[in-house]
Design a protein around this ligand. Structure first.
Ligand code: ADP
Length: 504
């Protein structure tokens, strides 16, 4: 810990204090190693602006070392050829157990780094990460090839599903531990060796987790963590010819750089990107549930979710009623430091930069005539040192404004009325994104026909935000390509080999 934290915070666990008492280094080849340059960067508590920790700033040289370690582990087959699928399962299962065992530490690290309430990291981020690993621990013995009845009767043809190799996993800051786990769990289950590049704002939980992989029985080099800036550590992995695949979650802007940077060795790339997800409330919905669900569709995780329900379309006859209900619901939301003893419902946004970005959209919308039914400002008073924004509901906005079209990644929703089903399908789909969409209705025919008509990778009906390791997740259009989770993620991290044997 560099600066002391406010006294109103929950005391840090001894493990957290010890971990942050000295610079946290990249984890390569089964141990923590200082970057070649010996440079560090700092992470901040977004609730107070205070400095949390120094972290080794990995750059190109360090990416080379990490790739070498992962390459050696992969090429020697330590993790897939020599280790049986059953043993790989056991390692992954043990890692899930260790995440649970060290859950309190990991939760504090994520809350400190990201700002979200400890109650959330403890009950959502950490257990979901463990669940993810438990699910994928079941996969190694089930990754099967097939036998193919080829026409040549003197041939026996079958397929093998093999790991892609060394994969770089570049993850974002909104769910630091969970987003990294979404990637490395299936990648490891499929037999790959991984290099995790956590977001520079939130590298601590992945770096702590690294030590647990050793206890779980992972051979050195199978699991590596390379903290650093995107343009340095991230880009070095993207361009590296020793990396066979990049799995990325983040912005569309960075995704374009990743696709361009990956052309050198034509590595595989999968992308889970942003959204501007339409949330549609029909007049025939259970409005009480729709009001609460739509409030949390946008304000859950402070709007810092790629699936945030940030375009809210409400059937005109119930528009005022739904907005009044959401205003009331939003008033109840307590905002404060994620580590405060009096736990809030929401923390700050992640960084000064993000605060500036979100407030830029808010000010622009207000100048263009948007009406803030609630919110519309940065929070001051006791919260003035952190990056706190009032949960904001805008009305009097139109589909063509930037605030209605671009991903804000903050607690801001644009609410607009609509009149009929055909109209709303067109408006909901009129976006460059296609990650998620949702609707609230009691009409089962309408629900299923919209589920088909909406162009998005996930459709939520009378609910919002549900994901589970077993169910695929990913985007249409510029929300990315490839599907994480479920058996689809195993496809994402495997190659198919066709084997021919002449039988006469
Ligand atoms: P967000 O908008 O959510 O911050 P970003 O797309 O900026 O998302 O970042 C997501 C991840 O991508 C982070 O780990 C970041 O360090 C990394 N990143 C940023 N720029 C690059 C780049 N040029 N090459 C590779 N990775 C990058």
């Amino acid at each position: 810990m560099i600066d002391s934290l406010p006294e109103t915070y929950i005391p840090l666990l001894p493990e957290v204090k010890a971990f942050l008492s000295q610079p946290v280094m990249p984890y390569i080849g089964g141990r923590y190693v200082a970057p070649r340059s010996e440079q560090v960067f700092e992470t901040y508590d977004p609730s107070s602006g205070r400095r949390l920790a120094q972290v080794g700033r990995a750059q190109k040289d360090d990416a080379d070392v990490a790739v070498k370690a992962a390459r050696a582990a992969f090429d020697q087959g330590d993790w897939w050829l020599k280790m049986s699928p059953a043993d790989r399962s056991k390692c992954i299962w043990r890692l899930a157990e260790l995440i649970e065992k060290h859950g309190a530490v990991l939760a504090q690290l994520d809350s400190l780094d990201n700002g979200k309430p400890l109650e959330t990291t403890r009950t959502v981020d950490v257990p979901l990460s463990a669940d993810h690993l438990y699910y994928y621990a079941g996969w190694p013995p089930r990754i099967e090839g097939s036998t193919i009845p080829v026409s040549q009767h003197t041939m026996f043809n079958y397929t093998l599903r093999e790991p892609v190799g060394v994969v770089g996993l570049i993850s974002p800051w909104n769910y630091p531990l969970l987003m990294a786990t979404w990637k490395f769990a299936p990648a490891l289950a499929a037999g790959n060796c991984v290099i995790v590049k956590p977001a520079e704002q939130t590298p601590l939980s992945a770096l702590y987790l690294a030590r647990l992989t050793e206890e779980a029985g992972f051979p050195p080099g199978v699991f590596n963590v390379l903290p650093g800036y995107g343009e340095e550590a991230g880009a070095a992995l993207v361009e590296h010819h020793g990396v066979d695949k990049i799995g990325f979650t983040g912005s569309v802007e960075v995704a374009r750089k990743i696709v361009q940077g990956s052309t050198g060795n034509l590595k595989r790339v999968s992308l889970e990107l942003g959204g501007k997800s339409p949330n549609i409330v029909f007049a025939d919905a259970d409005l009480e549930r729709a009001v609460v669900g739509s409030t949390w569709a946008i304000f859950g995780n402070n709007g810092q979710s790629c699936t945030a329900g940030s375009r809210l379309y409400i059937e005109r006859s119930v528009f005022d009623q739904v907005i009044a209900g959401m205003k009331e619901e939003t008033r109840k939301i307590r905002v404060g430091p994620g580590m405060a003893q009096q736990q809030p419902d929401l923390g700050p946004v992640v960084s000064d930069e993000q605060l500036g970005r979100v407030m830029g959209y808010v000010h622009e919308a207000l100048e263009q005539g948007a009406q803030a039914v609630t919110g519309g400002a940065r929070m001051g008073g006791l919260l003035q040192d952190g990056y706190f924004i009032e949960p904001t509901i805008f009305t009097n906005v139109t589909d063509d404004l930037r605030v209605s079209r671009e991903e804000i990644f903050g607690p801001v929703v644009c609410a607009m009325p609509f009149d009929d089903v055909e109209e709303i399908i067109g408006r909901a789909n009129d976006t460059e994104f296609g990650l998620a969409a949702g609707l609230w209705t009691t009409d089962v025919r309408k629900a299923h026909s919209l589920a088909k008509a909406l162009r998005a990778g996930t459709i939520w009906i009378n609910t919002w935000g549900d994901t589970e390791a077993a169910s695929p997740f990913g985007g249409y259009k510029q929300s990315g390509y490839g599907r994480e989770m479920g058996k689809e993620a195993i496809d994402l991290y495997t190659e198919v080999k066709s084997v021919w044997l002449k039988t006469n």
